[in-house]
Structures are given as C-alpha cells and as structure tokens.
Ligand binder design. Structure first.
Ligand code: SF4
Length: 335
C-alpha cells in the first residue's frame, strides 16, 4: 500500500460517519442493502436517504419482497424522494434478481435496469470486495484536486480511480474517497489544513484548490406552463396514472395540459379531453422545479358531476408537484 492509501484509510476508519448501511463489523455487506442505499443516495441527501432506506427495509426486507410487490407500492414508498425512474428500475431489477440471483460480475450488474458503472462498482466492491473503482461527484473533485486536473473527462477519472484503488480493501477505499469528498474536500471551503492526504495533494501545494475542478457550464432550465384540473367531490379527487416511461412515470397526478398558445386554449383542450362542459373555477398557481424543468401551473377546480372515478389521494403515489396542486383543493383527506 502506498503512503497515500494508508493515510486515507486510517483516517476513514477513525472518522467515518455512522450510517445505517455501513456495517463494518459484519466485514462484508449484503448486496441488496448496498444496492438499495447506493441507488437512493445518487440523487438524495444522506439525511433524507437514511429515512427512505430504513422505511424501505421495513417494508421490503429482502429483494424477493421487493420483487413480489406491485410497482404502485414501491412508488408510494418512494414518494417525495424524486427521480422516480430509480424506483421503477429498482423494482424491475429486483424481479430479475429474484429469478436469477444477484449478479457477481460488473457486466451482470450493468445489464440490470438503471445500474451504471458507479452502482455496479459500489455494490461489488462493498459486498464482494471486488477491486472495482467508483467515480461520483465527490471522487471526481478529490481526484481533480489531488492531480491538478481542472477539467477532468470521464475517461480520465475512471483511469485514475482504477490506478489509485487499494485492491486489498476496495470497498473501504471507495467509501473513504467518497467520505473525504463529502466531509473534507468539499466544493467550497475544503478543509485542506486537516485533510489526511494534503501532503500528496498537488492542488494544495500549488495553491489552486479554489480553481479545481473548473465549474461545469450551467444547464438551462426549461420553463413549462400548463393548466391543471382539480376534479373533486369535496372528499376525493380524480387522479390518473402517468405513463410509465415519461416524466413522473407510474405516479398518479391531476390532468395537465401544456400551454402551447394561450391558457384558455389549453384549458378548453383539457376540458374537451375529459368530456367536461363546465369551465371550472381558477383556484391558484403552483410553481415547482424538477431537475432542469420549472413548472408553472394554473389550477382550475371543478366539482365532479361526471362519471370520472374519484379516489382518496392517500392511497396512491403522488409527486411533489401534484401534492402542491392538491393542497389547493382543501380536500378533507389531505388535512
Ligand atoms: S488537500 Fe484540500 S484539495 Fe487536496 S484533497 Fe485534501 S481537502 Fe481536497
């Protein structure tokens, strides 16, 4: 082991945060739990991810339990965590694993829905001690600074991560790199003075830490204007399940129509689609940002006198966008 590896691992073993999916006493980790935590943490902060992780294991303690559940139950549990494709893929992959067992190779894991090189490497290094690196945002930042590379490419990052990995303890090494990036080598104001590997860090020695890595170009936020219909009888609401492959796929939500020309045209098209004659009462606006989309919804309320099936919103999985729309309805079931 190099000096750098020894120093980082010693620091990690002494300072790693206690998290529900870390079980060093067991020596190896259950692949199901590791996969679940890695999937959850990809787009969710650790504190929130811990809550979802615990709730998931309570309801679905094994991969077989997850595979046996209907997708709706998985989405309901994922409600509020966002990036719902993760939940759909987790469920689809669990069904494959329940039939064929957990993969034991990088290729096997990557063949599962929603599993990329990061997740495959994380699960195999942590649960099977496979000498496979991981690169996430934290590792990217640490490597870029350690080696003074302001604009690291994906290829460069994976090559460096492969060369640096401690193959005797790959799982601990990967976690140590991530932990360092999350708690010491942060994007702003990194704690270089107390960093366990500062003597090896080229950016630190060159006094260029604040320039590396260079900021990524901002992705433009797409504005989406739409009208939404709240069709209620005072206690229940009309909700439809969104297409599995689209945005918020598989979740339930209120009918929406994107404004292509005018708001009145969009509302008329929406009413026509559901065979509704009344125009509805405007009840408010909802603004919501999702990844690179910003929604502005104009919400209209209709008291249902149609054959549309109404239901209690508590029994289905809703996105935060739809929860905000429903909050305008003052449905008793929500309060
Ligand atoms: S010395 Fe500073 S920039 Fe270098 S790895 Fe440590 S925290 Fe990051």
């Amino acid at each position: 082991m190099s000096e750098l590896q020894t120093e980082l691992l010693e620091w990690y073993f002494a300072n790693a945060r206690v998290l529900p999916w870390r079980d060093r006493e067991a020596g190896t980790r259950d692949p199901y739990r590791t996969w679940l935590s890695e999937t959850l943490l990809q787009q969710t902060q650790i504190s929130r991810g811990s809550v979802y992780y615990t709730a998931f294991l309570e309801v679905f303690p094994t991969v077989q339990d997850l595979a046996d559940a209907p997708l709706e139950a998985v989405l309901k549990l994922w409600e509020g965590a966002g990036y719902y494709a993760r939940a759909r893929n987790l469920h689809a992959a669990a069904r494959v694993i329940a039939q064929h067992g957990f993969p034991t190779t990088l290729e096997g894991w990557r063949a599962l829905p929603g599993v990329g090189r990061y997740t495959a490497g994380a699960v195999l290094s942590l649960s099977r001690n496979a000498p496979l690196p991981v690169v996430d945002g934290n590792v990217r930042r640490v490597l870029a600074r350690l080696l003074v590379e302001p604009d690291p490419t994906e290829t460069w990052l994976w090559v460096q991560a492969e060369q640096l990995i401690d193959s005797s303890q790959p799982g601990a090494w990967n976690e140590a790199m991530i932990e360092l990036g999350a708690t010491v080598c942060m994007p702003r104001k990194p704690r270089c003075a107390s960093c366990p590997i500062n003597s090896h860090c080229a950016a630190f020695h060159a006094a260029r830490v604040d320039q590396i890595p260079a900021p990524k170009p901002r992705v433009a936020v797409k504005q989406i204007h739409a009208v939404a219909l709240l069709i209620t009888d005072g206690a229940r609401v009309y909700l439809e399940q969104r297409a599995l492959t689209g945005l918020l796929g598989g979740l339930h939500g209120v009918p929406l129509e994107v404004v292509a020309s005018t708001r009145d045209d969009a509302l008329a098209a929406l009413l026509e689609r559901y065979g509704l004659a009344a125009t509805g009462e405007w009840v408010g606006k909802v603004a919501h940002t999702m990844t690179h989309r910003q929604f502005q919804l104009e919400v209209y309320h209709l008291t249902s006198s149609t054959a549309l099936p109404l239901e209690s919103p508590q029994h289905v999985a809703l996105s935060k966008l739809d929860a905000k729309v429903l909050a305008l309805s003052k449905l008793e079931a929500l309060f």
